[in-house]
Write a protein that binds this ligand. Structure first.
Ligand code: EPZ
Length: 422
């Protein structure tokens, strides 16, 4: 298994070009199932998760062509089967996102039950509740979930989500596109990735309004055609590099990103004393010099609240800032596992339930640590950049799933990071 060796690195300086968003491209790729014509998606990041989604679409009968300039041509004209089996779904939880499009296009969908993962049980009850509301019959058998449309197809309905689940909003929106009549999703997720998916679906001929608000209206249409679309930049990758600049007291210019999408992160970094400015060239993050940075409290919430995916990278930063910070994780039930790893590096963090109290310390020491999820792994790399000695991070497949050219981008701004085979 590979691991990262990270050495203390001076202030990171330079430019980072942000890639297409992992959490946008996966639902976009799943949505191509709705059409029997070619779709072209640009700015597709080269990620393991994208490769898994490509394999899933191919396993259904799709034709996928990865062109050299990051363009993915997907043609789902031929759908030979309506189920995704174990070895594919088990590689990526987000495989479940094909369910809504498959149900909408074929009238049935059978997907192996997605397991939870280290950050929580991550049930899919809200997805299934939405499909049932549209008239689908749900059969759970032998660890497979099957959804079957009634005669005549799905029927538009009003659906209230108990929690603004990103995946459930995406899956139900996709299933509703070809339904008979109008669907309302209330208490819908408002993330930029939802807006990106709705924009793509509308380019395909869907009739969706309200994406980005808590109520989304989908008027069912007969069919949808092919479309071309460029993936939005990855706000979580952008946030990760903002924190990399902050924790190393460097100055970074982030290019190809949407400043509005990182507002909660910008606000918190400014509150701590980091300069974050929008310039003509991009978003400028400056934590350099002997400025005094102050501890800040944060609480993760669905968008537009503070993103749960930046909670762990931000916590790494807080371990280097004088004073006591409180971090509350409200989105996932078990997303504080990086605390134990940071404490092994000399951090002083106490946890109680979904709350962590960080006593900022002067310095961290390198240690052998484990990445417990994609973002926790990134957080440990950030901590390693300012820890004395070497930090050895294992289970880095988590990180490589979701950050394009991770070591290249970090080395280009001065990070001392190496990938080695164990
Ligand atoms: C998406 O996951 C993202 N993944 C996650 O990013 C992100 O952390 C999360 O949204 C929240 O922003 C992708 O987009 C591929 P949810 P998703 O459904 O859709 C509960 C990363 O690091 N819930 O909004 O799975 C669930 O258990 C990943 O890139 C139910 O209870 O998130 C969780 O506690 C990690 N029932 C909460 O809602 C359901 O049916 C948020 O889940 C669905 C969800």
């Amino acid at each position: 298994m590979a691991k990262f060796l990270v050495q203390k690195s001076g202030p990171l300086n330079g430019e980072v070009v942000i890639s297409g968003a992992k959490n946008a491209v996966l639902p976009l790729m799943a949505a191509t199932i709705l059409s029997d014509e070619e779709c072209r998606i640009s700015d597709v990041p080269q990620l393991r998760d994208v490769d898994v989604m490509k394999d899933i679409l191919k396993s259904l009968g799709g034709e996928i062509k990865a062109e050299n300039d990051g363009v993915l041509a997907v043609n789902m004209k031929k759908i030979e089967k309506c189920e995704a089996d174990y070895d594919l779904v088990s590689r990526m939880r987000a495989s479940f996102l094909i369910m809504g499009s498959l149900l909408g296009r074929c009238g049935r969908a059978k997907v192996y039950m997605p397991g939870g993962c280290t950050i929580g049980a991550r049930p899919i009850d809200l997805h299934l509740k939405g499909f049932e509301a549209l008239g689908a019959e749900i059969i759970v058998k032998d660890n497979f979930i099957e959804a079957i449309s009634p005669e005549g197809g799905l029927k538009g309905e009003s659906i209230y989500l108990d929690f603004p689940s990103v995946g459930a909003t995406e899956n139900i929106m996709a299933a509703a596109v070809l339904a008979n009549g109008t669907t309302y999703i209330e208490n819908a997720a408002e993330e930029p990735e939802i807006v990106d998916l709705a924009n793509f679906l509308n380019k395909m001929g869907a009739r969706i309004k309200g994406a980005g608000t808590d109520t989304i209206k989908i008027e069912g249409v007969e069919r949808v055609h092919g479309a071309s679309h460029t993936v939005i930049p990855d706000r979580i990758e952008a946030g990760t590099y903002m924190l990399a600049g902050a924790i190393t007291r460097g100055t970074l210019l982030l290019k190809n990103m949407v400043p509005d999408h990182v507002k909660p992160i910008t606000a918190k970094l400014r509150e701590s004393g980091v300069t974050v400015e929008l310039t003509d060239e991009g978003l400028y993050v400056d934590a350099s010099g002997d400025r005094k940075l102050t501890a800040v409290d944060l609480k993760t919430l669905p968008y537009p609240g503070f993103p749960t995916d930046i909670q762990s990278p931000f916590m790494s930063f807080l371990t280097t800032v004088e004073g006591s910070s409180t971090v509350i994780e409200t989105v996932f039930e078990n997303r504080l596992m990086h605390v134990a790893e940071l404490n092994r590096m000399g951090a002083n963090i106490m946890t109680e339930g979904n709350k962590a109290v960080v006593q900022g310390c002067k310095n961290l020491e390198g240690a052998q640590v484990i990445a417990t999820d994609l973002r926790a792994g990134a957080a440990l790399v950030l901590a390693g950049l300012v820890a004395s000695g070497t930090t050895e991070i294992s289970e880095i497949y988590h990180i490589e799933r979701g950050y394009e050219k991770f070591t290249e981008k970090f080395r280009a701004i001065g990070a001392n990071i190496m990938r080695v085979e164990e």
